[in-house]
Design a protein around this ligand. Structure first.
Ligand SMILES: CC(C)(COP(=O)(O)OP(=O)(O)OC[C@H]1O[C@@H](n2cnc3c(N)ncnc32)[C@H](O)[C@@H]1OP(=O)(O)O)[C@@H](O)C(=O)NCCC(=O)NCCS
Length: 365
């Protein structure tokens, strides 16, 4: 097997991969990165991991995990990429670029619509064709309103709030399934996510012992103080957030998709700090597939003369009589996933964009 070329690890090499990642990405933690990402470093996903070995040891790594995401526009296949790292003694020699290109090849061969990752190394990933795109809204909850005055919320005494990961995954799945957008999950997927270390699972139960809301804060080395997964009706979810804020003794941040309009409307009435951000760094992999899904949705909305098509590197979008040409990857990615500059879109096809895309925290890689 040749050195210095990205490849999937052999089954016998997986412990070495995890040791390499724990050493570089999770030093002084009492858990392994494999426990943080229970669906990434498992046997079925081994073919989607990439390593480079140089004169024996592993010197670079990245992982790809495919997600199937349900949206109003139909299903999307997404390649989430993470745990990208090069040994400090071998940096700036092109190893991560080479590993990332191999991950993008996995994404392409696996027919992903787009690839996504979460990082603040915008220049590094920008050079690899990733654009900050998609939308998220976050609310920093510090002060709490007087909940007793909010007649549409369940009173605290009617809820039993528990902080424990010992919850039937099926109960969470029932609420999770009500989200209009998110990864297709089974109860077994949720059971695994509930085992992630350094994460707090909060659930709110009513008097007949029905799960009414859940919220997950923290995820291994990331998302401390962030509620990155939640579900259930607003009437129980908001008292749950208030409880978590009080328990934490410090501000907490709730992350939400921008299409969660009901929750957003309520939280905007609270004395919160609101921040609009990006979903992640996105690189379109299969333009044709994406455009087909967008065109199908536009037709469902009655826009029969809507067109979105590639012309070389450019994209033409609009209606037969009113076509606009987009030239840069940033323009194209942000047209599809947002955010859009206010008023920038032609009202006739405004409803086709952006795709209401969302990836919950348990699925970040
Ligand atoms: C970021 C990291 C993975 C880069 O690995 P690497 O093997 O040194 O990267 P490469 O040599 O392949 O660099 C590719 C390009 O990115 C540039 N680059 C490298 N590190 C960079 C950084 N930290 N920020 C911005 N650009 C960077 C290189 O200059 C090179 O540019 P060029 O193609 O124009 O010459 C590595 O520094 C690392 O492991 N950092 C710690 C872990 C980490 O932050 N991982 C990312 C988590 S999302």
């Amino acid at each position: 097997m040749s050195n210095d070329e990205p490849r999937a690890p052999l089954e016998s090499e997986v412990p070495e991969v995890i040791g390499f990642l724990d050493h570089l990405l999770r030093p002084e933690r009492n858990w392994s990165i494999a426990a943080e990402y229970p669906q990434v470093f498992t046997a079925p996903n081994r073919e989607n991991l990439r390593i480079i070995k140089h004169n024996g040891p592993i010197i670079a790594h990245a992982a790809t995990k495919f997600l199937i995401i349900k949206t109003h526009f139909g299903l999307f296949k997404v390649a989430a990429i993470g745990s990208v790292v090069t040994d400090p003694n071998h940096r700036n020699l092109g190893y991560s670029r080479s590993i990332m290109n191999s991950c993008l090849q996995i994404a392409e061969e696996g027919c992903a619509d787009f690839a996504i990752l979460w990082s603040d190394l915008y220049d590094f990933y920008g050079k690899l064709g990733f654009e900050l795109a998609g939308r998220e809204i976050s609310f920093v909850i510090d002060q709490l309103p007087d909940l007793a005055t909010k007649s549409d919320l369940l009173p605290m005494h009617e809820l039993r709030i528990v902080q424990s990961p010992k919850v039937a995954p099926e109960a969470i799945l029932r609420l999770y399934g009500q989200h209009p957008c998110g990864t297709v999950r089974t109860a077994e997927d949720i059971r695994r996510h509930l085992t992630i270390p350094n994460s707090r699972v909060y659930t709110a139960w009513d008097r007949s012992n029905q799960l009414r809301a859940y919220a997950i804060e923290g995820k291994g080395g990331d998302l401390k103080g962030y509620i990155h997964e939640w579900g259930g009706g607003v009437s129980a979810l908001l008292p749950l957030f208030a409880h978590i804020r009080r328990e934490a003794g410090q501000p907490i941040t709730v992350i939400a998709p921008s299409h969660a309009e009901n929750l957003i409307r309520h939280l905007k009435e609270w004395p919160t700090l609101v921040h609009e951000g990006f979903l992640g760094m996105i690189r379109i992999i299969n333009r044709r597939n994406l455009f087909l899904k967008i065109t199908r949705r536009a037709k469902q909305l009655g826009l029969h003369d809507f067109v979105i098509e590639s012309e070389g590197d450019q994209v033409r979008v609009g209606t037969a009589t009113d076509l606009v040409t987009l030239s840069t990857p940033t323009e194209i990615t942000r047209l599809i996933f947002g955010p859009h500059p206010i008023g920038a879109l032609n009202p006739t096809y405004k409803e086709s964009f952006p795709i209401p895309m969302w990836i919950w925290g348990w699925d970040s890689v």
